[in-house]
Ligand binder design. Structure first.
Ligand code: ARG
Length: 287
């Protein structure tokens, strides 16, 4: 019997296509302090074995379609697993994060060392401008611009500085809900100009900006339940969108847009305020 199905527009057969992703094993992951609302009442409550399994599953999924590199985890840095916050890497250059969160500042030299060893050009960045990397700076290749979040962790000065470092246009979006403290928790640009986002995480002006740049037919608005399950915190590789959870409605919307939603539960990491996207950093260098 032949099973037939339509191949979504953005999806190609599973194979490594040159995308490179940085991850950090959760050996020292846990909730040891509170720097976002998700971490409240979660200190000491993560389950090591389940976290490891969930992380391994995500890594397995990604390894099937991308090259996954690893940075060595460090004891005492429970959030280092969230490599999205290592910095923003684009075309072989990187801005290493300058954490607003004091608890995470000791990660900076470790990530910097990894980028140096891989031959990335390290861009200068002012000491006093907080910037939490790809958590708050999302390249949109279809529009050749970088969507930047501010309001909780990264400075509103970051977009202008990133524009001068990378030569890409940058668009600042103000985050207003503390549960969606990094842009990647509520906003996800996808190939073909699609943008998946949760509107209540933004102020009116930012919503107007999104509407001005993304036509209605390219918007994938997610509801509150999907947003709270970190559906926007998704990693896209070759048309597959890896995420912690997705409602039937969201899967259908993604499918109609030409993507395949791949659910890979990351509930242990939600206790620290992160999911699929937070656990990865795109370190692809264009050939
Ligand atoms: N506990 C971490 C923090 O608050 C979670 C980081 C999630 N990362 C992300 N890119 N949204 O910094």
């Amino acid at each position: 019997m032949t099973v037939r199905f339509d191949t979504p527009t953005h999806a190609t057969p599973l194979q490594s296509t040159g995308a490179s992703i940085l991850m950090c094993a959760p050996h020292h992951f846990g909730v040891d302090y509170i720097i976002n609302p998700w971490m409240e009442n979660q200190i000491g409550r993560t389950e090591t074995t389940r976290a490891r399994e969930q992380w391994d599953n995500l890594r397995g999924h990604l390894s099937a379609c991308a090259d996954v590199s690893l940075v060595t985890p460090e004891a005492g840095l429970p959030d280092m697993v969230f490599t999205a916050n290592a910095g923003l890497a684009l075309d072989g250059s990187v801005v290493v994060s300058r954490f607003q969160a004091r608890e995470r500042r000791a990660e900076e030299p470790l990530f910097r060392l990894w980028f140096e060893r891989q031959g990335f050009a390290i861009a200068p960045w002012p000491e006093d401008v907080p910037f939490e990397g790809a958590g708050d700076a999302l390249p949109d290749r279809a529009r050749r611009l970088i969507w930047c979040g501010h309001g909780w962790r990264s400075s509103r000065q970051a977009p202008a500085l990133l524009a001068s470092v990378f030569g890409w246009e940058t668009i600042g979006l103000k985050l207003v809900d503390p549960r969606f403290y990094h842009l990647d928790t509520c906003f996800c640009p996808l190939p073909g100009g699609w943008v998946m986002y949760y509107r209540a995480a933004f102020d009116e002006e930012s919503l107007a900006t999104i509407r001005a740049l993304v036509p209605p037919g390219r918007r994938i608005e997610v509801g509150e339940a999907d947003a709270l399950a970190f559906a926007c915190n998704a990693v896209e590789v070759e048309g597959r969108v890896f995420m912690n959870e997705a409602s039937a409605a969201l899967r259908a919307h993604l499918s109609a847009a030409g993507f395949i939603a791949v659910v890979t539960p990351l509930t242990e990491f939600l206790k620290a305020g992160g999911a699929a996207k937070c656990l990865t950093l795109d370190v692809t260098r264009d050939a």
